[in-house]
Design a protein around this ligand. Structure first.
Ligand SMILES: Cc1cc2nc3c(=O)[nH]c(=O)nc-3n(C[C@H](O)[C@H](O)[C@H](O)COP(=O)(O)OP(=O)(O)OC[C@H]3O[C@@H](n4cnc5c(N)ncnc54)[C@H](O)[C@@H]3O)c2cc1C
Length: 361
């Protein structure tokens, strides 16, 4: 097997699939894509309704947090995809670009190209969105953005109508400018099936490019550094250790594994590395810090007076973004999101009463 690449992308998840696909369009660029997991083989992944039952399977890293002081010291399950497609094989398929204001800190840190307007051509190029025409929406990209219409549940319609009656803005969708208001979710679904980022960006004709090598079941332990420069990665495959070298390395191993790989390589907070017995090569205090996430579900379950049909999409059909201080405000980056879930969905680990049971909590 080839052991040197022009670019080595670590992690074939949401980010890595795009980067490896785009870089290997240049046939003179030899790209290696390293993934700890395997190609998807579980048919449940493609079924949008089954996303809630995929966690804990062999292709979930199934992390657990340390006790969290802001949730009464609970230890939380933390699903992350260990598979080609990464967490986009486990996720809930909602496609929300974010509010343009959300990108301002990125532009302040990285320059104008990281602002919303700087990134817009990238969004447009990536999207296949056909619900309506707009200059800010892409029609012919690899990533299908499906805006459902007739499939939207009557529960979600009633939920949006209730929001409207309260003065909450009504949106055509979440990706047309403002974000505060009610809308059905736009979904990464193609022909009724989940479209992972790997489905979109690494179809067989891309994986078969002669200048792209996808190495599955290869787990990166750490970077190989020569002085201040990374020249390769130390990898384990089938219990065998090896080194793969590259001119450039792009870490796309996710919000947990990318900093973990850096820290195992001696790049991180010197005190933390010392406690772990790792020699510090670059004292970078923010590596492995400041992670933020949201709880997967913290819900109220309601019973209805008459039977309702189950979701025809992926249960979580509508996100309602709001300003906590004024839910009728229509502009600016919202700070609250409510989800209308068309299934009983209560709390930790997505546990809930079965459909149709009258419950008292
Ligand atoms: C249950 C759930 C529901 C979600 N719902 C939504 C949603 O509806 N909408 C939305 O926008 N987002 C959602 N998300 C979040 C979204 O999936 C992630 O933000 C996104 O996939 C992260 O992309 P990434 O490329 O950073 O990481 P990932 O997609 O996780 O990719 C990282 C890849 O790196 C690999 N890797 C890690 N460590 C190593 C190593 N040492 N060696 C080799 N390979 C390695 C992993 O196996 C993985 O394939 C959800 C996530 C979860 C878990």
């Amino acid at each position: 097997m080839k052991r040197h690449f022009d670019v080595l992308v670590v992690g074939a998840g949401s980010a890595g699939s795009v980067i490896a696909s785009r870089l290997s369009e240049d046939r003179s660029c030899q790209v290696g894509l390293i993934e700890a997991g395997m190609m998807p083989s579980d048919p449940d992944i493609a079924d949008p309704l089954k996303w809630t039952v995929l966690q804990g399977r062999t292709y979930d890293w199934a992390y657990r947090t340390v006790p969290q002081p802001f949730t009464a010291n609970r230890v939380h399950e933390w699903p992350r995809g260990k598979i080609v497609g990464g967490s986009s094989c486990l996720h809930a398929m909602a496609y929300v670009r974010g509010h343009p204001d959300d990108f301002e800190p990125w532009a302040a840190a990285g320059g104008e190209r990281w602002s919303f307007s700087g990134l817009l051509p990238g969004f447009v190029r990536s999207e296949a969105f056909t619900a309506f025409d707009a200059p800010s929406r892409g029609r012919s990209g690899p990533l299908d953005i499906y805006l459902p219409d007739t499939e939207v549940s009557p529960v979600v319609r009633a939920y949006m109508a209730a929001g409207q009656a309260m003065g909450i803005p009504v949106l055509t969708d979440h990706n047309s400018g403002e974000l505060a208001g009610t809308s059905p979710n736009s979904l990464n679904i193609r022909a009724g099936k989940r479209l992972s980022v790997a489905d979109a960006y690494l179809p067989p004709e891309v994986i078969e490019r002669p200048n792209l090598a996808l190495l599955t079941a290869h787990e990166v332990e750490h970077l190989v550094l020569k002085g201040q420069r990374a020249t390769g990665v130390a990898v384990v495959c089938d219990g065998e250790s090896m080194t793969i070298s590259a001119d450039r390395i792009v870490l796309c191993a996710g919000a947990l594994s990318s900093p973990l790989i850096l820290m195992r390589s001696g790049i991180g907070d010197a005190d933390t590395l010392k406690q772990a017995g790792i020699r510090c090569l670059a004292d970078r205090r923010d590596v492995g810090r400041n992670l933020q996430d949201h709880l997967l579900v913290l819900g109220n379950v309601y019973s209805t007076k008459k039977p309702l049909p189950p979701s025809r999409l992926q249960h979580s059909e509508s996100l309602m973004y709001l300003h906590g201080s004024d839910p009728t405000r229509s502009t600016g980056s919202p700070d609250i999101v409510l989800a209308c879930v068309v299934a009983p969905s209560a709390a930790e680990g997505l546990s809930a009463p079965p459909y149709g049971r009258l419950s008292r909590f």
